[in-house]
Write a protein that binds this ligand. Sequence first.
Ligand SMILES: Cc1cc2nc3c(=O)[nH]c(=O)nc-3n(C[C@H](O)[C@H](O)[C@H](O)COP(=O)(O)O)c2cc1C
Length: 177
Amino acid sequence: MKILLLFGSPNLNGSSRILADNFIQGAKEAGHSVSMLDIAHANIHPCTGCLHCGYEGPCIQKDDMKQIRKQILDTDMIVFVSPLYYYGFSAQLKILIDRFCSFNTSIHQKHLKSALLSVAWNADNWTFDALESHYKTLVRYLNLGDQGMILGYGCGTPSMTSHSIYPKQAYQLGRNL
Ligand SMILES: Cc1cc2nc3c(=O)[nH]c(=O)nc-3n(C[C@H](O)[C@H](O)[C@H](O)COP(=O)(O)O)c2cc1C
């Protein structure tokens, strides 16, 4: 199947990338076609809430979302990749998610598969409670088929992440798809 990573870390070579690369390696070895979008550096403006789209229609904003929308609707699985920022998705990724507004019905009807890859400095057992809850609610609302979450506790730097169990878990998630 076609897999599209929505990469929401501004650090292209940080901890999120380590999980993403391991996931990609596993998924490619399993025979899938994988691509990654650098969401944090794309030209994506926040939804203005004008509702010109009527929740399904062209968005009046002229930016990279026109192409990204096509790519999302042309894939079988999306993977949200985000560092934990104040216990939620990075703002960069959240801006993209809000822009789903103009093709909400199309996403719902497509029944895309999905996964979540995230890293955080904190290692307390409640670290990912809010993000996990948000992701699961998106899965439910957008009619996604969850394939799994890799939540990297104590992954505050690339070195911490490389020495953790999470790169291997990300690889396995991709490999077992
Ligand atoms: C703006 C900002 C907010 C952060 N918020 C949290 C947080 O709420 N909880 C946490 O454990 N770590 C937090 N962190 C730490 C990052 O999640 C962590 O360092 C992660 O490894 C960064 O991933 P990256 O290398 O892909 O950028 C935050 C870092 C930044 C820059």
